[in-house]
Design a protein around this ligand. Sequence first.
Ligand SMILES: *Cc1c(COP(=O)(O)O)cnc(C)c1O
Length: 233
Amino acid sequence: MASIITNLRAVHARIAAAAQAAGRDPASVSLLAVSKTWPVAQVHAVFEAGQRAFGENYVQEGVKKVAALAGLGLEWHFIGPVQSNKTRLVADAFDWVHSIERLKTAERLSAQRDAARPPLQVCLQVNVSGEASKSGVAPEEAPALAHAVTTLPRLRLRGLMCIPEPDGGQDTLRRRFALLRQLRERLASEGLALDTLSMGMSHDLEAAIAEGATLVRVGTAIFGERQKPNHSA
Ligand SMILES: *Cc1c(COP(=O)(O)O)cnc(C)c1O
C-alpha cells in the first residue's frame, strides 16, 4: 500500500508540473482515480491518502465497490461503455457517467435516476480519432446530442470526454485533445457552457492538460499495472 501512496503523490506532482507548464492553475485539474480491476482494499488505501473521486468501467464490479465503500463520501464515476440493460444499475450507483454516446442511453439514465438524488452528472464521449476508434459520438454529431441531453430532467451535462488512440504519437495526441477543447468552445458559443473536459490518462495526462483537461482519469500510474480483466461488463 505504501507504493500506492507514493504513486498518488507522484501523479499529483505530474499534474501540477503540467498545469504550470501550460500557465494553468494546478487546482483547475482534478484527478479521477481509475480503480477498475482493483480490490476494495486498494481503493480504501487511496481514499486514506486523500483521494475522493474514483472511476469504474465495469458495471457489476463498480456496483459492488460502491456498496462496499458506502458512507465514506466517495464520488463514483462510470467511464466504461453503458449497455442499455445496465442503465438502471448505473443510474442507481454512480454520481457521474463520462461515456454517453447515444441519446437513447441518456434518456434511459434520466428516466431511471432516483428523483430524491441529485441529477446524474454526465459527459459526452466523443470519438476524436475517427475510424481508429469505435466508441463515442462523431464530433460533427456531438453538438446536436449535447443540446438534446441538456433537456433531460435528471441529467446534468457537465462536459466532454475522449480516449484517443493509444499509438498515435505526440502530435496526433495533441490534435485529438485540441479537438475536444474546440468542441467545448463551439458549444459555449452556442450558449451551452460546459465546465468539464475529461481527457488524459496515465501515459498522456501532460498532453491533455496542455490542451485544457479539467479532469484526468488515471489508473495504472496510481494502482500499478492491471491484470487482464477476465470478466465481462
Ligand atoms: C482504464 C481507463 C483509464 C485509466 O487508464 P490508465 O492508462 O490505467 O491510466 C482512463 N479512462 C478510461 C475510459 C479507462 O477505461
